[in-house]
Design a protein. Structure first.
Length: 245
């Protein structure tokens, strides 16, 4: 798998939602090495079988060599709110798969500080220091999307974590292709040059998706089987470039 001119690669990974086996299979497929960058667009916890296992694997990955960028998803925000640390919509956490997250940490019947005290300090630090956006050349990574009617400096955290149709169904004038998750689809949503949606619903039995930015290679892992799919989006990018000329 090729990378940029210097051989370094940048990967952007869609929503994981506790699917630690699929995360491991994806990492085995891309074989990250020193000098590579991996950006995760958020939603590590809730719904899937091992939210705690996902966080532990990401923390270990950060120690293994590649530069890791971890973005906040709306589910991490709800989790933090439930723990009484920060964030919004604590009352929606359990209804959105948060019960599985608490079970993975061995927590039942607790909330607020009492629950937070049962979370390992390294995990709390991880959850509390997640970024909202990341930029790699002409790519902007964010969890849910951006509001096209506002400048990038005026985006609200609410939109960055929760926006759907107002972003997905519209073009924008920003000088970036936006890579986002949040809204699950059967396959990646390619709307170039504006956006690519990388949440392909692994937690619902579908795929965990990852895009390598220099080669434009899409790498996907099938839930439960570890089967890896690879395909190039280079033609789609070239066609989008021609449309702009």
């Amino acid at each position: 798998m090729n990378g940029g001119a210097d051989g370094k690669r940048t990967f952007v990974v869609g929503d994981i939602h506790g699917c630690v086996d699929e995360l491991e299979w994806l990492l085995e497929a891309i074989e990250p090495r020193d000098g590579d960058q991996i950006c995760f667009v958020g939603d590590y916890v809730d719904r899937g079988p091992s939210p705690r296992g996902v966080v532990e694997r990401l923390l270990r990955l950060r120690r293994e060599g590649p530069r890791c960028v971890f973005l906040k998803g709306n589910h991490e925000d709800m989790f933090l709110a439930y723990l009484g640390i920060s964030g919004q919509y604590a009352d929606a956490f359990l209804w959105n798969g948060g019960d599985v997250t608490l079970e993975s940490y061995g927590i039942t019947g607790l909330a607020g500080n009492a629950a937070a005290e049962r979370i390992p300090a390294e995990h709390l630090e991880f959850l509390s220091t997640l970024d909202l956006t990341a930029r790699f050349g002409t790519f902007l990574c964010v969890h849910a999307g951006v509001r096209p009617s506002r400048s990038l400096t005026q985006q609200s955290e609410e939109d960055l974590l929760w926006i759907r149709e107002d972003f997905i169904d519209r073009a924008h004038s920003f000088p970036y292709t936006v890579l986002y998750g949040h809204t699950p689809q059967r396959d990646v949503r390619v709307h170039l040059p504006y956006k690519i949606g990388l949440d392909t619903g692994v937690v619902y039995g579908n795929l965990l998706s990852c895009l390598e930015l220099a080669s434009k290679e899409l790498i996907q892992v099938q839930r439960g089987t570890g089967r890896v799919r690879r395909r190039s989006l280079a033609v789609e990018f070239e066609e989008a470039k021609l449309l702009l000329t």
